[in-house]
Ligand binder design. Structure first.
Ligand code: FAD
Ligand code: MLT
Ligand code: ZN
Length: 484
Protein backbone atom coordinates (compact mmCIF):
# COMPACT_ATOMS: atom_id res chain seq x y z
CA UNK A 1 0.00 0.00 0.00
CA UNK A 2 1.15 3.52 -0.70
CA UNK A 3 2.67 5.36 2.24
CA UNK A 4 0.37 8.20 1.22
CA UNK A 5 -2.54 6.36 2.82
CA UNK A 6 -1.28 7.34 6.25
CA UNK A 7 -1.39 11.08 5.53
CA UNK A 8 -4.32 13.27 4.54
CA UNK A 9 -4.50 15.24 1.30
CA UNK A 10 -4.46 18.90 2.21
CA UNK A 11 -8.00 20.14 1.60
CA UNK A 12 -6.85 23.66 0.71
CA UNK A 13 -5.12 22.42 -2.46
CA UNK A 14 -7.16 22.77 -5.66
CA UNK A 15 -7.87 20.00 -8.12
CA UNK A 16 -6.84 20.31 -11.77
CA UNK A 17 -9.61 21.70 -13.98
CA UNK A 18 -9.90 21.77 -17.76
CA UNK A 19 -9.20 25.52 -17.66
CA UNK A 20 -5.91 24.77 -15.90
CA UNK A 21 -4.96 22.29 -18.62
CA UNK A 22 -5.84 24.82 -21.34
CA UNK A 23 -3.69 27.43 -19.65
CA UNK A 24 -0.71 25.06 -19.47
CA UNK A 25 -1.17 24.15 -23.15
CA UNK A 26 -1.15 27.82 -23.99
CA UNK A 27 2.20 28.42 -22.31
CA UNK A 28 3.91 25.08 -23.05
CA UNK A 29 2.25 23.92 -26.25
CA UNK A 30 0.61 20.47 -26.61
CA UNK A 31 3.91 18.56 -26.25
CA UNK A 32 4.69 20.09 -22.87
CA UNK A 33 1.45 18.80 -21.32
CA UNK A 34 1.28 15.06 -20.71
CA UNK A 35 -2.01 13.36 -19.86
CA UNK A 36 -1.69 9.88 -21.37
CA UNK A 37 -2.30 7.13 -18.87
CA UNK A 38 0.73 4.98 -19.56
CA UNK A 39 3.24 7.80 -19.11
CA UNK A 40 1.38 9.08 -16.06
CA UNK A 41 1.47 5.63 -14.52
CA UNK A 42 5.27 5.53 -14.88
CA UNK A 43 5.87 9.01 -13.46
CA UNK A 44 3.45 8.46 -10.58
CA UNK A 45 5.47 5.40 -9.50
CA UNK A 46 8.87 5.57 -7.82
CA UNK A 47 11.96 3.51 -8.72
CA UNK A 48 11.31 1.00 -5.93
CA UNK A 49 7.63 0.68 -6.96
CA UNK A 50 6.78 1.41 -3.35
CA UNK A 51 5.16 4.83 -3.62
CA UNK A 52 2.39 5.66 -6.05
CA UNK A 53 0.59 8.93 -6.65
CA UNK A 54 -2.52 9.68 -8.65
CA UNK A 55 -1.46 12.76 -10.62
CA UNK A 56 -3.42 13.40 -13.79
CA UNK A 57 -0.93 15.85 -15.23
CA UNK A 58 2.77 16.10 -16.01
CA UNK A 59 4.26 19.32 -17.37
CA UNK A 60 7.51 19.42 -19.32
CA UNK A 61 8.83 22.97 -19.45
CA UNK A 62 11.79 23.84 -21.70
CA UNK A 63 13.15 26.87 -19.88
CA UNK A 64 13.30 28.61 -16.51
CA UNK A 65 10.80 31.15 -17.87
CA UNK A 66 8.30 28.35 -18.52
CA UNK A 67 8.91 26.90 -15.05
CA UNK A 68 8.32 30.39 -13.68
CA UNK A 69 4.99 30.73 -15.51
CA UNK A 70 3.90 27.27 -14.29
CA UNK A 71 4.74 27.96 -10.65
CA UNK A 72 3.25 31.44 -10.65
CA UNK A 73 0.01 29.99 -11.94
CA UNK A 74 0.01 26.97 -9.58
CA UNK A 75 0.72 29.26 -6.65
CA UNK A 76 -2.19 31.55 -7.51
CA UNK A 77 -4.50 28.54 -7.95
CA UNK A 78 -3.09 26.69 -4.91
CA UNK A 79 -2.23 23.69 -7.05
CA UNK A 80 0.39 21.47 -5.42
CA UNK A 81 3.48 20.53 -7.45
CA UNK A 82 6.09 17.78 -7.34
CA UNK A 83 9.37 18.51 -9.14
CA UNK A 84 10.71 15.43 -10.88
CA UNK A 85 14.09 14.69 -12.46
CA UNK A 86 15.09 11.13 -13.34
CA UNK A 87 12.72 9.64 -10.74
CA UNK A 88 15.45 7.48 -9.20
CA UNK A 89 15.01 8.85 -5.68
CA UNK A 90 14.74 6.22 -2.94
CA UNK A 91 12.57 7.95 -0.33
CA UNK A 92 9.31 8.57 -2.22
CA UNK A 93 10.16 12.25 -2.78
CA UNK A 94 9.97 12.36 -6.56
CA UNK A 95 6.41 11.10 -7.04
CA UNK A 96 3.15 12.71 -5.98
CA UNK A 97 1.71 11.67 -2.63
CA UNK A 98 -1.76 12.41 -4.03
CA UNK A 99 -2.65 14.33 -7.21
CA UNK A 100 0.12 16.95 -7.31
CA UNK A 101 1.08 18.28 -10.75
CA UNK A 102 4.36 16.70 -11.83
CA UNK A 103 6.83 19.25 -13.19
CA UNK A 104 9.51 17.33 -15.04
CA UNK A 105 12.90 18.80 -15.94
CA UNK A 106 13.60 16.17 -18.62
CA UNK A 107 13.26 18.65 -21.51
CA UNK A 108 15.74 21.07 -20.00
CA UNK A 109 18.87 19.14 -20.89
CA UNK A 110 21.29 21.47 -22.60
CA UNK A 111 24.93 22.00 -21.72
CA UNK A 112 25.35 25.78 -21.60
CA UNK A 113 29.10 26.25 -21.25
CA UNK A 114 32.29 24.53 -20.26
CA UNK A 115 35.48 26.32 -19.32
CA UNK A 116 38.43 24.08 -20.16
CA UNK A 117 40.81 26.02 -17.96
CA UNK A 118 38.81 26.16 -14.74
CA UNK A 119 36.77 22.98 -15.35
CA UNK A 120 33.53 24.81 -14.63
CA UNK A 121 30.48 23.29 -16.31
CA UNK A 122 27.19 25.16 -16.58
CA UNK A 123 24.18 23.15 -17.70
CA UNK A 124 20.42 22.81 -17.41
CA UNK A 125 18.95 20.79 -14.55
CA UNK A 126 17.59 17.99 -16.74
CA UNK A 127 21.00 16.82 -18.02
CA UNK A 128 21.37 13.12 -17.28
CA UNK A 129 24.42 12.46 -15.10
CA UNK A 130 25.86 9.84 -17.46
CA UNK A 131 25.67 12.27 -20.39
CA UNK A 132 27.57 14.86 -18.39
CA UNK A 133 30.17 12.23 -17.46
CA UNK A 134 30.59 11.34 -21.16
CA UNK A 135 30.75 15.00 -22.23
CA UNK A 136 33.43 15.76 -19.65
CA UNK A 137 35.39 12.63 -20.48
CA UNK A 138 35.79 14.00 -24.02
CA UNK A 139 37.09 17.23 -22.59
CA UNK A 140 39.53 15.50 -20.23
CA UNK A 141 37.53 16.14 -17.05
CA UNK A 142 35.32 14.13 -14.67
CA UNK A 143 32.13 14.77 -12.74
CA UNK A 144 32.85 15.03 -9.00
CA UNK A 145 29.96 12.65 -8.36
CA UNK A 146 29.08 9.20 -9.62
CA UNK A 147 26.30 6.84 -8.62
CA UNK A 148 24.62 3.66 -9.74
CA UNK A 149 21.60 5.58 -11.07
CA UNK A 150 23.77 7.67 -13.44
CA UNK A 151 21.97 6.41 -16.56
CA UNK A 152 18.67 8.02 -15.46
CA UNK A 153 19.24 10.55 -12.68
CA UNK A 154 19.58 14.20 -13.60
CA UNK A 155 21.96 16.81 -12.23
CA UNK A 156 19.03 18.88 -10.91
CA UNK A 157 17.85 15.81 -8.97
CA UNK A 158 21.38 15.15 -7.74
CA UNK A 159 21.64 18.71 -6.46
CA UNK A 160 18.16 18.62 -4.92
CA UNK A 161 18.97 15.43 -3.00
CA UNK A 162 22.59 16.45 -2.36
CA UNK A 163 23.49 13.01 -3.71
CA UNK A 164 26.67 11.52 -2.28
CA UNK A 165 27.61 8.42 -4.20
CA UNK A 166 30.81 6.61 -4.96
CA UNK A 167 33.34 9.43 -5.20
CA UNK A 168 32.39 11.66 -2.27
CA UNK A 169 35.41 10.36 -0.37
CA UNK A 170 37.67 12.00 -2.96
CA UNK A 171 35.78 15.03 -4.25
CA UNK A 172 33.60 15.96 -1.28
CA UNK A 173 29.89 16.77 -1.23
CA UNK A 174 27.98 18.88 -3.73
CA UNK A 175 27.99 21.69 -1.16
CA UNK A 176 31.65 22.04 -2.19
CA UNK A 177 31.45 21.40 -5.95
CA UNK A 178 28.31 23.34 -6.84
CA UNK A 179 29.37 26.92 -7.57
CA UNK A 180 26.01 28.30 -8.56
CA UNK A 181 22.35 27.58 -9.22
CA UNK A 182 19.39 29.08 -10.96
CA UNK A 183 16.22 28.34 -9.03
CA UNK A 184 12.56 29.19 -9.56
CA UNK A 185 10.64 29.94 -6.36
CA UNK A 186 7.04 28.97 -5.67
CA UNK A 187 5.74 32.40 -6.69
CA UNK A 188 7.57 32.24 -10.03
CA UNK A 189 10.55 34.44 -9.11
CA UNK A 190 13.66 33.31 -10.96
CA UNK A 191 16.64 33.48 -8.57
CA UNK A 192 19.86 33.93 -10.50
CA UNK A 193 22.61 32.53 -8.29
CA UNK A 194 24.41 30.96 -11.22
CA UNK A 195 27.88 32.09 -10.19
CA UNK A 196 31.00 30.48 -11.57
CA UNK A 197 33.36 31.69 -8.88
CA UNK A 198 35.18 29.57 -6.34
CA UNK A 199 35.20 32.38 -3.85
CA UNK A 200 32.30 34.75 -3.27
CA UNK A 201 31.55 35.92 0.28
CA UNK A 202 28.96 38.56 -0.57
CA UNK A 203 26.23 37.91 1.96
CA UNK A 204 24.42 34.65 2.70
CA UNK A 205 25.28 31.82 0.33
CA UNK A 206 21.68 30.98 -0.49
CA UNK A 207 22.38 28.27 -3.04
CA UNK A 208 23.17 25.95 -0.13
CA UNK A 209 19.53 26.13 0.99
CA UNK A 210 18.48 24.48 -2.25
CA UNK A 211 21.18 21.80 -2.28
CA UNK A 212 19.47 18.86 -0.58
CA UNK A 213 16.09 20.57 -0.11
CA UNK A 214 14.37 17.87 -2.23
CA UNK A 215 12.22 20.24 -4.27
CA UNK A 216 10.54 21.74 -1.22
CA UNK A 217 11.92 25.28 -1.61
CA UNK A 218 12.21 25.83 -5.36
CA UNK A 219 12.83 24.17 -8.70
CA UNK A 220 16.47 24.06 -9.76
CA UNK A 221 16.71 24.98 -13.45
CA UNK A 222 20.46 25.51 -14.02
CA UNK A 223 23.59 24.29 -12.31
CA UNK A 224 27.20 25.46 -12.29
CA UNK A 225 29.62 22.82 -11.10
CA UNK A 226 33.36 22.60 -10.60
CA UNK A 227 34.78 19.49 -12.25
CA UNK A 228 38.23 18.03 -11.60
CA UNK A 229 40.59 17.02 -14.41
CA UNK A 230 40.56 13.41 -15.52
CA UNK A 231 43.68 11.64 -14.35
CA UNK A 232 45.35 8.98 -16.42
CA UNK A 233 45.93 6.25 -13.91
CA UNK A 234 42.99 4.38 -12.35
CA UNK A 235 43.29 1.15 -10.37
CA UNK A 236 40.48 -0.92 -8.91
CA UNK A 237 40.84 -3.81 -6.53
CA UNK A 238 38.27 -6.08 -4.95
CA UNK A 239 39.32 -7.51 -1.59
CA UNK A 240 37.90 -10.03 0.84
CA UNK A 241 38.05 -9.63 4.64
CA UNK A 242 37.15 -12.11 7.34
CA UNK A 243 35.64 -9.66 9.79
CA UNK A 244 34.35 -6.12 10.05
CA UNK A 245 37.25 -5.03 12.26
CA UNK A 246 39.63 -5.85 9.38
CA UNK A 247 37.57 -3.69 7.00
CA UNK A 248 38.01 -0.77 9.42
CA UNK A 249 41.75 -1.31 9.78
CA UNK A 250 41.97 -1.53 6.01
CA UNK A 251 40.15 1.81 5.69
CA UNK A 252 42.53 3.51 8.08
CA UNK A 253 45.53 2.03 6.27
CA UNK A 254 44.13 2.97 2.87
CA UNK A 255 43.75 6.58 3.99
CA UNK A 256 47.30 6.62 5.37
CA UNK A 257 49.11 4.61 2.71
CA UNK A 258 47.19 5.49 -0.45
CA UNK A 259 46.57 9.03 0.70
CA UNK A 260 45.96 11.44 -2.15
CA UNK A 261 45.27 8.73 -4.77
CA UNK A 262 42.43 7.02 -2.87
CA UNK A 263 39.19 7.72 -4.79
CA UNK A 264 36.68 5.17 -3.45
CA UNK A 265 36.36 2.81 -0.51
CA UNK A 266 33.13 0.81 -0.67
CA UNK A 267 32.09 -2.25 1.29
CA UNK A 268 29.53 -5.03 1.07
CA UNK A 269 28.86 -7.97 3.28
CA UNK A 270 28.34 -11.63 2.47
CA UNK A 271 24.55 -11.25 2.16
CA UNK A 272 24.90 -8.39 -0.33
CA UNK A 273 27.31 -10.41 -2.47
CA UNK A 274 25.03 -13.41 -2.30
CA UNK A 275 22.11 -11.35 -3.55
CA UNK A 276 24.03 -9.89 -6.48
CA UNK A 277 25.28 -13.31 -7.57
CA UNK A 278 21.76 -14.71 -7.34
CA UNK A 279 19.81 -11.95 -9.06
CA UNK A 280 22.05 -10.09 -11.50
CA UNK A 281 22.86 -11.60 -14.84
CA UNK A 282 26.44 -11.78 -16.04
CA UNK A 283 28.06 -11.17 -12.68
CA UNK A 284 31.13 -13.25 -12.03
CA UNK A 285 32.21 -14.04 -8.49
CA UNK A 286 35.78 -12.71 -8.17
CA UNK A 287 36.48 -15.50 -5.67
CA UNK A 288 34.57 -18.50 -7.05
CA UNK A 289 36.17 -21.10 -4.79
CA UNK A 290 35.39 -19.55 -1.41
CA UNK A 291 32.82 -17.34 0.28
CA UNK A 292 33.95 -14.48 2.48
CA UNK A 293 32.22 -12.45 5.15
CA UNK A 294 33.10 -8.97 3.84
CA UNK A 295 34.23 -7.41 0.60
CA UNK A 296 35.89 -4.07 0.01
CA UNK A 297 36.23 -2.24 -3.30
CA UNK A 298 39.11 0.21 -3.42
CA UNK A 299 39.76 2.58 -6.29
CA UNK A 300 42.79 4.80 -6.75
CA UNK A 301 42.99 7.67 -9.21
CA UNK A 302 46.24 9.46 -9.84
CA UNK A 303 48.54 10.90 -12.45
CA UNK A 304 51.37 8.38 -12.63
CA UNK A 305 50.78 4.75 -13.52
CA UNK A 306 54.04 3.41 -12.09
CA UNK A 307 53.94 5.49 -8.90
CA UNK A 308 50.27 4.68 -8.22
CA UNK A 309 50.74 0.99 -8.88
CA UNK A 310 53.79 0.88 -6.64
CA UNK A 311 51.80 2.52 -3.84
CA UNK A 312 48.87 0.18 -4.29
CA UNK A 313 51.08 -2.93 -4.39
CA UNK A 314 52.86 -1.86 -1.20
CA UNK A 315 49.53 -1.25 0.50
CA UNK A 316 48.17 -4.65 -0.60
CA UNK A 317 51.31 -6.48 0.49
CA UNK A 318 51.23 -4.79 3.88
CA UNK A 319 47.52 -5.61 4.31
CA UNK A 320 48.13 -9.22 3.33
CA UNK A 321 51.05 -9.58 5.76
CA UNK A 322 48.95 -8.10 8.55
CA UNK A 323 46.15 -10.53 7.84
CA UNK A 324 43.65 -7.79 6.99
CA UNK A 325 42.69 -9.32 3.66
CA UNK A 326 42.04 -12.97 3.04
CA UNK A 327 41.84 -12.73 -0.75
CA UNK A 328 41.97 -10.08 -3.43
CA UNK A 329 42.06 -9.25 -7.11
CA UNK A 330 43.47 -6.20 -8.85
CA UNK A 331 41.64 -5.39 -12.09
CA UNK A 332 44.00 -5.76 -15.05
CA UNK A 333 42.00 -3.67 -17.48
CA UNK A 334 38.92 -1.48 -17.80
CA UNK A 335 36.63 -4.48 -18.34
CA UNK A 336 37.74 -6.10 -15.10
CA UNK A 337 37.48 -2.79 -13.27
CA UNK A 338 33.90 -2.31 -14.44
CA UNK A 339 33.04 -5.88 -13.42
CA UNK A 340 34.15 -5.02 -9.89
CA UNK A 341 32.10 -1.82 -9.92
CA UNK A 342 29.14 -3.70 -11.40
CA UNK A 343 28.97 -5.90 -8.30
CA UNK A 344 28.86 -2.90 -5.98
CA UNK A 345 26.60 -0.70 -8.11
CA UNK A 346 24.24 -3.60 -8.88
CA UNK A 347 23.16 -4.19 -5.27
CA UNK A 348 20.08 -1.86 -5.35
CA UNK A 349 18.82 -3.58 -8.51
CA UNK A 350 19.48 -7.06 -7.09
CA UNK A 351 17.49 -6.08 -3.99
CA UNK A 352 14.57 -5.00 -6.15
CA UNK A 353 14.62 -8.31 -7.99
CA UNK A 354 14.64 -10.25 -4.73
CA UNK A 355 11.21 -8.97 -3.59
CA UNK A 356 10.30 -6.35 -0.99
CA UNK A 357 13.02 -4.15 0.47
CA UNK A 358 13.14 -1.92 3.54
CA UNK A 359 15.89 0.59 2.86
CA UNK A 360 17.80 2.58 5.47
CA UNK A 361 20.55 5.02 4.62
CA UNK A 362 22.45 5.87 7.77
CA UNK A 363 25.49 7.81 8.90
CA UNK A 364 26.93 6.06 11.91
CA UNK A 365 30.41 6.28 13.48
CA UNK A 366 32.22 3.51 11.59
CA UNK A 367 33.34 1.56 14.67
CA UNK A 368 29.70 1.07 15.70
CA UNK A 369 28.19 0.68 12.25
CA UNK A 370 28.11 -3.08 11.88
CA UNK A 371 26.77 -3.62 15.43
CA UNK A 372 23.42 -2.37 14.13
CA UNK A 373 23.45 -4.91 11.30
CA UNK A 374 24.12 -7.73 13.74
CA UNK A 375 21.45 -6.56 16.19
CA UNK A 376 18.98 -6.38 13.33
CA UNK A 377 19.74 -9.98 12.34
CA UNK A 378 18.98 -11.09 15.89
CA UNK A 379 15.65 -9.23 15.84
CA UNK A 380 14.38 -10.69 12.58
CA UNK A 381 13.70 -14.26 11.61
CA UNK A 382 15.51 -15.96 8.74
CA UNK A 383 12.91 -15.13 6.08
CA UNK A 384 14.15 -11.53 6.25
CA UNK A 385 17.67 -11.11 4.84
CA UNK A 386 19.65 -8.30 6.43
CA UNK A 387 21.94 -6.90 3.77
CA UNK A 388 24.65 -4.32 4.45
CA UNK A 389 26.79 -2.29 2.07
CA UNK A 390 27.74 1.29 1.55
CA UNK A 391 30.24 4.06 1.41
CA UNK A 392 32.40 2.93 4.31
CA UNK A 393 34.97 5.61 3.57
CA UNK A 394 32.27 8.22 4.32
CA UNK A 395 30.73 6.49 7.35
CA UNK A 396 27.58 5.72 5.35
CA UNK A 397 25.84 2.38 5.86
CA UNK A 398 23.10 1.15 3.54
CA UNK A 399 21.15 -1.23 5.71
CA UNK A 400 18.56 -3.11 3.68
CA UNK A 401 16.11 -5.74 4.80
CA UNK A 402 15.09 -7.93 1.91
CA UNK A 403 11.86 -9.91 2.24
CA UNK A 404 9.84 -12.08 -0.16
CA UNK A 405 7.09 -9.45 0.06
CA UNK A 406 6.20 -6.36 2.07
CA UNK A 407 4.94 -7.28 5.51
CA UNK A 408 3.79 -4.85 8.23
CA UNK A 409 4.84 -7.32 10.89
CA UNK A 410 8.44 -7.20 9.77
CA UNK A 411 8.28 -3.42 9.43
CA UNK A 412 7.20 -3.11 13.06
CA UNK A 413 10.28 -5.08 14.12
CA UNK A 414 12.54 -2.74 12.16
CA UNK A 415 11.00 0.66 12.96
CA UNK A 416 11.28 2.60 15.19
CA UNK A 417 14.20 0.46 16.43
CA UNK A 418 16.49 1.41 13.54
CA UNK A 419 15.83 5.15 13.99
CA UNK A 420 16.15 5.02 17.79
CA UNK A 421 19.43 3.11 17.54
CA UNK A 422 20.83 5.60 15.04
CA UNK A 423 19.73 8.56 17.12
CA UNK A 424 21.22 7.05 20.27
CA UNK A 425 24.57 6.74 18.51
CA UNK A 426 24.37 10.34 17.23
CA UNK A 427 24.03 9.19 13.65
CA UNK A 428 21.90 10.51 10.80
CA UNK A 429 18.74 8.76 9.60
CA UNK A 430 19.50 10.01 6.10
CA UNK A 431 23.12 10.13 5.03
CA UNK A 432 22.47 10.82 1.34
CA UNK A 433 19.02 9.82 0.06
CA UNK A 434 17.05 12.57 1.81
CA UNK A 435 13.83 12.36 3.81
CA UNK A 436 11.18 12.50 1.07
CA UNK A 437 7.83 11.05 2.02
CA UNK A 438 9.37 8.07 3.80
CA UNK A 439 11.06 10.02 6.58
CA UNK A 440 9.33 13.43 6.72
CA UNK A 441 7.88 12.45 10.08
CA UNK A 442 11.18 11.05 11.35
CA UNK A 443 13.33 14.17 11.08
CA UNK A 444 13.35 14.62 14.88
CA UNK A 445 15.54 11.53 15.22
CA UNK A 446 18.37 13.57 13.70
CA UNK A 447 17.46 17.24 14.20
CA UNK A 448 16.52 19.25 17.30
CA UNK A 449 13.01 20.78 17.61
CA UNK A 450 14.47 24.29 17.25
CA UNK A 451 16.23 23.33 14.02
CA UNK A 452 13.07 21.77 12.58
CA UNK A 453 11.10 24.91 13.52
CA UNK A 454 13.58 27.12 11.70
CA UNK A 455 13.39 24.87 8.64
CA UNK A 456 9.60 25.15 8.71
CA UNK A 457 9.86 28.96 8.96
CA UNK A 458 12.18 29.08 5.95
CA UNK A 459 9.77 26.85 4.03
CA UNK A 460 6.86 29.16 4.90
CA UNK A 461 8.84 32.22 3.88
CA UNK A 462 9.81 30.84 0.48
CA UNK A 463 6.61 28.93 -0.22
CA UNK A 464 3.78 30.47 1.87
CA UNK A 465 1.08 28.31 0.25
CA UNK A 466 3.14 25.16 0.68
CA UNK A 467 2.64 24.08 -2.95
CA UNK A 468 6.18 22.75 -3.50
CA UNK A 469 6.51 19.03 -2.83
CA UNK A 470 4.04 18.98 0.07
CA UNK A 471 4.08 16.14 2.67
CA UNK A 472 7.81 15.64 2.03
CA UNK A 473 10.98 16.48 4.02
CA UNK A 474 9.29 18.16 7.02
CA UNK A 475 6.42 16.76 9.12
CA UNK A 476 3.17 17.58 7.25
CA UNK A 477 1.52 18.49 10.58
CA UNK A 478 3.64 21.68 10.63
CA UNK A 479 1.84 22.84 7.51
CA UNK A 480 -1.78 22.04 8.24
CA UNK A 481 -4.18 24.84 7.30
CA UNK A 482 -4.34 26.19 10.86
CA UNK A 483 -0.56 26.59 11.01
CA UNK A 484 -0.21 28.71 7.88
P1 FAD B 1 14.33 12.43 -8.63
O1 FAD B 1 14.28 11.06 -8.12
O2 FAD B 1 13.47 12.76 -9.79
O3 FAD B 1 13.99 13.45 -7.45
C1 FAD B 1 14.60 13.35 -6.21
C2 FAD B 1 14.13 14.53 -5.32
O4 FAD B 1 14.61 15.76 -5.84
C3 FAD B 1 12.62 14.68 -5.26
O5 FAD B 1 12.27 15.17 -4.01
C4 FAD B 1 12.32 15.71 -6.34
O6 FAD B 1 11.13 16.43 -6.06
C5 FAD B 1 13.53 16.60 -6.26
N1 FAD B 1 13.95 17.18 -7.54
C6 FAD B 1 14.35 16.53 -8.67
N2 FAD B 1 14.74 17.43 -9.60
C7 FAD B 1 14.58 18.65 -9.06
C8 FAD B 1 14.83 19.98 -9.51
N3 FAD B 1 15.32 20.24 -10.72
N4 FAD B 1 14.56 21.01 -8.67
C9 FAD B 1 14.06 20.79 -7.44
N5 FAD B 1 13.81 19.56 -6.96
C10 FAD B 1 14.08 18.50 -7.76
N6 FAD B 1 21.87 8.55 -4.00
C11 FAD B 1 23.04 8.89 -3.44
O7 FAD B 1 23.10 9.91 -2.77
N7 FAD B 1 24.14 8.10 -3.60
C12 FAD B 1 24.14 6.98 -4.34
O8 FAD B 1 25.14 6.28 -4.45
C13 FAD B 1 22.92 6.62 -4.97
N8 FAD B 1 22.86 5.52 -5.75
C14 FAD B 1 21.68 5.17 -6.31
C15 FAD B 1 21.66 4.01 -7.08
C16 FAD B 1 20.48 3.59 -7.66
C17 FAD B 1 20.45 2.35 -8.49
C18 FAD B 1 19.30 4.37 -7.46
C19 FAD B 1 18.00 3.94 -8.09
C20 FAD B 1 19.32 5.52 -6.70
C21 FAD B 1 20.51 5.94 -6.10
N9 FAD B 1 20.58 7.10 -5.31
C22 FAD B 1 21.78 7.44 -4.76
C23 FAD B 1 19.41 7.93 -5.01
C24 FAD B 1 19.59 9.36 -5.50
O9 FAD B 1 18.93 10.31 -4.70
C25 FAD B 1 19.15 9.62 -6.88
O10 FAD B 1 19.63 8.64 -7.71
C26 FAD B 1 19.49 10.98 -7.53
O11 FAD B 1 20.29 11.91 -6.87
C27 FAD B 1 18.17 11.65 -7.75
O12 FAD B 1 18.18 12.24 -9.01
P2 FAD B 1 16.87 12.19 -9.92
O13 FAD B 1 17.12 13.09 -11.07
O14 FAD B 1 16.47 10.82 -10.24
O15 FAD B 1 15.81 12.89 -8.95
C1 MLT C 1 24.07 2.94 -3.27
O1 MLT C 1 25.05 3.38 -2.66
O2 MLT C 1 24.10 1.88 -3.90
C2 MLT C 1 22.85 3.79 -3.31
O3 MLT C 1 22.82 4.79 -2.36
C3 MLT C 1 21.56 3.04 -3.46
C4 MLT C 1 21.15 2.22 -2.28
O4 MLT C 1 21.41 2.60 -1.15
O5 MLT C 1 20.52 1.19 -2.47
ZN1 ZN D 1 24.74 5.14 -1.56
Amino acid sequence: ASQATIIQRRPDFSTISSEDVSYFKKILGERGVVQDEETLDAVNTDWMRKYKGTSKLMLQPRSAEEVSQILKYCNSRCLAVVPQGGNTGLVGGSVPAFDEVIVSTSHMNKIISFDKVSGILVCEAGCILENLIAFLDNQGFVMPLDLGAKGSCQIGGNVSTNAGGLRLLRYGSLHGSILGLEVVLANGTVLDMLGTLRKDNTGYDLKHLFIGSEGSLGIVTKVSILTPPKLSSVNVCFLACTDYASCLKLLLDAKRKLGEILSAFEFLDHDAMDLVLKHLEGVRNPFPSSMHNFYVLIETTGSSESYDREKLDAFLLHSMENGLISDGVVAQDITQASSCWHIREGIPEALMKAGGVYKYDLSIPVEKMYDLVEEMRVRLDASAKVVAYGHLGDGNLHLNISTPQYDDNILSQIEPFVYEWTSKHKGSISAEHGLGLMKANKIHYSKSPETVQLMASIKKLLDPNGILNPYKVLPPSLFSKAEI
